[in-house]
Design a protein around this ligand. Sequence first.
Ligand code: SF4
Length: 450
Amino acid sequence: MRQPSSLNKAGADACRSGTRYDGTFVRRALAKFAKAWHIGAMVTLLQNTAPTPSEHPDARERPSGSLTADRPSLLGLERPALGDALRSIDVPDRQIKMRTQQLWHWLYVRGAGDVDRMTNVSKAIRDRLRDGFTFDRPEIVSEQISVDGTRKWLFRFPSRGAGRPVDVETVYIPEEGRGTLCVSSQVGCTLTCTFCHTGTQRLVRNLTASEIVSQIVTARERLGDFPDAETPAGAVVPSEGRLVSNIVMMGMGEPLYSFDNVKTALHIASDGEGLSLSKRRITLSTSGVVPMIERCGSEIGVMLAISLHAVRDDLRDLLVPINKKYPIADLLDACRAYPGLSNAKRITFEYVMLKGVNDSLAEARDLVRLLKGIPAKINLIPFNPWPGSPYECSDWEKIETFAEVVNRAGYASPIRTPRGRDIFAACGQLKSATERMKIRDREKAEEQLA
Ligand code: SF4
């Protein structure tokens, strides 16, 4: 990922309707951004002192929309289920195919969150849809914007049954030529990976397919990534193409523990007549749920990423405790057998760089040996600290030397530039408000990190 650095007129001009990410970050555009959003914070940035994140001024004013339990949502239903929903409100069988297609188009191509926008659907059907179903988005509890343009939303979904409403975080990372949305699959996580903030939050529940799709649709709506929608003034977005061009299932939770919901949601996200994201631009990241890896390839067909982080079982048992159940050798066998694996469809191995823990040259060489024969890319992730985390990030030279060894062996090994650290949106830092720290404690921690 690139670090922002230079001035650019095109970018500044684009700022009127949203800042297109044009090569590098645009300082002049940021100044306008400061005017529009959070002058104090951005002036601070321009003076090269500690960066301060900003929060979207409208975030807390939005009505508490919800996928209410009394009316099911139409978001997150695949076409046959959408057809059943139409049948349940007495749409005649001969119209089901056509009406399903209309709804699909409104929901996923036009991003309609209101049945009254669906002007080619008869009024009688619209009334019945309104009575029987909801199109609501989650409540946006907060929308934070990092000084590097990364956005983090805290979405609140309503209770299901006797449960309480739940909060999840979704992150948007704009770069040159692409905009990546990091989507959550669970509230909390059972897997307690020791470098990951989410791992300190108890699992509350799996997100439904509807809630997973809602994160994508709501993010696109907030960014103005639907036809006729406006990109907010000052938003940092890619210089061309779609604003959300890539999806990574790398937010809160282990996606393969919520397999059916994630599968349905990703089928919808990759449907060519709807959200239309290529499966090559969707990556599912797993900590290593070995028995589900084959199904991920054959039934979902998206790109695979593995949270590896160690080359020895004794260390991986500690960093990624699911390793005790599915050790490295079994995990790599499952990777070798991943459906569709080829040089054009490589597996990404994530490796977080922890000072003095897993960053030696010997480990870099072992990593290369371990992955031999697997078409792979290795993402080196400088550790993103969070309050109370037991690790430190490796020194930069150490990361570069590690990358060199991996590179020389013929593997692409990009070092992932930390994004959104100032708003706790970087890799491994997500944790929802369900167990959020007190604001005072959080501010103190942010000061220490700045
Ligand atoms: S890294 Fe992923 S699987 Fe591990 S605790 Fe964090 S969210 Fe869970």
